[in-house]
Design a protein around this ligand. Structure first.
Ligand code: ZN
Ligand code: ZN
Length: 95
């Protein structure tokens, strides 16, 4: 590994970034347009991720409890009951 130059490392980094962008692009696109998804044969609901983020906990798996109504500072994090603390659901359309 001693004869790898800085420019080769930089090139490797760029190549890795490009590779990641290429892999990620269809997933990113899937969030852009439902009509585009369907034209690509992807799941309209999840964009073929097969997962849907929980809207209650925003995918965190836990929600703040206690401070909900603004009358108490005793806010604490509790398990999200909607998604059973998983933060996401399986997509009902394609899973
Ligand atoms: Zn949840
Ligand atoms: Zn789906």
């Amino acid at each position: 590994m001693e004869n790898i130059t800085a420019s080769e490392i930089a090139g490797l980094g760029v190549g890795t970034l490009l590779l990641c962008a290429t892999i990620a692009a269809p997933k990113i696109d899937s969030f852009v347009s439902a009509s585009q998804r369907s034209s690509l044969g992807m799941c309209k609901r999840c964009g073929d991720l097969k997962l849907i983020a929980c809207s209650t906990c925003k995918g965190a798996g836990s929600v703040q409890s206690g401070g909900l109504f603004g009358f108490t500072t005793d806010a604490r994090s509790v398990k999200c009951t909607r998604c059973q603390a998983r933060g996401h659901f399986s997509c009902p359309d394609c899973s």
